[in-house]
Design a protein around this ligand. Structure first.
Ligand SMILES: [Zn+2]
Length: 460
């Protein structure tokens, strides 16, 4: 059984959190956070057919690599108790339900029978672009007819075609779109999301996008991490003066974002047709100077050597379709997550996928994300991404699940609270109507979600 040890059965959390009287388990106080919709009801999941905890078998507290990616910490016939949005105990039925507190408070606890079902930590989708207004249906048709990503961009489609509508949109309309996206990802089992700006590409429109993400995140029971992606592409009005746009990102967007606390991360699209390695280093350097963490889209269309970007200690670098063997060796020695987004390869019909097997076998830490966006990966579904990871990138179902949960949490710097089912962590859990975790990537494009719980609140 896994329990907090520091008070003989219950867990002391940060004193700034609200105190719930139902948390006087074992005669000690359990301080916890009230959910956004108010104080959540204690939840007890019982008779879980297969409880996938993701607890590290080796006690490793860092990102999972190599063989560790296959260690799911499965408990058969398990149970989980959550109080006030936090996990209190996890283990077999016998272990997790013997606390006398459960008997005393049985009338206050919501018990959910999970017989013949699988319970997983909520997915952590560490790469999404939800701040847009419309799908790109013309681009979709052009691509089907044979146009390439870059040909579509050159004809005024692609990222630039989303700019006008975002610039014109009111903050509330944009907020609605972001909230729709958050609800969509939750319906597929995601409880933590990284959300980028990046379709405004002016100071006002980027700040508006980040504000929309912030407002939407307050209305959603899950957890949102926001990222400034002012350096997505160079907007049309700076086409002949990209240096000036890079200065705008470094000297205005990043400082304003930091000052207003609108994002935790700054991202850059470092590739042909977007930003050069020099531009990207300048932008990420400005982010660090302003106290923001960094991440990057890199080596999607062409290779960028990783050494200099890795020297800035990004928590994650994403895409990596064209990563070289020497770059893989560098990544394996770093603490930076290699985040793969195979939904983009699928939707763009690229045929080739990022070299997940090489990365894993070399010892790099790998995460999976949807890259939810209107141009190259319009899917909110992490289970679909798991399917692609297994069938197209030859990751095992266990590796894919680890990459979509605990390693996603590491990619966002949230592994202390997210990505596994352990006492003291946030009560983010998904009940799937399947008997074996391998069914998640097996049933393609088929929702097997039974219940989604985020920060102790049932949202699906
Ligand atoms: Zn992206």
């Amino acid at each position: 059984m896994m329990r907090g040890e520091n008070c003989g059965g219950c867990i002391m959390l940060e004193p700034s959190f609200t105190l719930l009287d139902s948390n006087k388990a074992c005669g000690k106080l359990l301080r916890t956070r009230a959910s956004k919709s108010g104080q959540s009801t204690p939840i007890l999941l019982v008779n879980i057919g297969q409880l996938v905890t993701l607890r590290s078998g080796s006690g490793n507290s860092g990102p999972r690599r190599g063989r560790e990616l296959r260690e799911l910490g499965i408990v058969e016939h398990g149970a989980v108790l959550c109080v006030g949005g936090k996990i209190v105990s996890v283990g077999t039925m016998k272990e997790a339900t013997r606390d006398s507190w459960i008997k005393k408070h049985s009338n206050k606890i919501r018990e959910i029978d999970c017989s013949h079902k699988v319970v997983l930590p909520g997915f952590v989708d560490s790469h999404t672009h939800p701040a847009f207004i419309s799908p790109r249906l013309t681009d979709f048709e052009k691509r089907i007819a044979g146009a390439s990503y870059e040909e579509i961009a050159a004809a005024g489609g692609g990222i630039r075609s989303s700019i006008d509508s975002v610039r014109r949109a009111g903050k509330s309309a944009l907020t609605e779109k972001v909230l729709d996206a958050l609800n969509a990802v939750a319906s597929h089992g995601t409880t933590t999301v990284e959300a980028k700006s990046g379709y405004g590409l002016s100071l006002d429109a980027e700040l508006k996008s980040l504000q929309a993400i912030q407002v939407a995140s307050k209305q959603w029971p899950g957890t949102v991490v926001s990222t400034l992606l002012g350096a997505h592409v160079v907007p049309p009005e700076y086409q002949d003066n990209r240096r000036e746009y890079v200065s705008l990102v470094c000297e205005e967007m990043i400082p304003q974002t930091a000052k207003r606390k609108l994002a935790q991360f700054v991202d850059v699209f470092c590739d042909r047709g977007a930003f050069s390695e020099e531009d990207s280093l300048k932008i990420l350097g400005a982010a660090r100077q302003n106290g923001l963490q960094v991440r990057a889209h890199i080596s999607q269309l062409t290779r960028t050597p990783l050494e200099r970007v890795l020297s800035l200690n990004p928590l994650s670098i994403d895409h990596l379709d064209h990563v070289s063997d020497s770059d893989i060796a560098l990544l394996a020695r770093s603490n930076t997550m290699a985040t793969l987004v195979p939904g983009a390869n699928y939707f763009l019909g690229l045929g080739d996928y990022p070299p997940a097997r090489k990365l894993i076998d070399a010892g790099a830490a790998v995460a999976l994300a949807t890259d939810y966006n209107p141009g190259s990966s319009p899917t909110p579904s992490m289970p679909f991404v798991l399917s692609l990871a297994c069938t197209q990138m030859k990751m095992s179902p266990a590796e894919a699940i680890t990459a979509a949960t605990i390693n996603g949490a590491f990619a966002l710097g949230l592994a202390q609270n997210k990505g596994s089912l352990e006492p003291g962590k946030d009560a983010d859990m998904v009940i799937f109507d399947v008997e074996d975790y391998r069914e998640l990537p097996y049933w393609i494009a088929s929702s097997r979600i039974d219940t989604v719980i985020a920060n102790g609140t049932i949202i699906e």
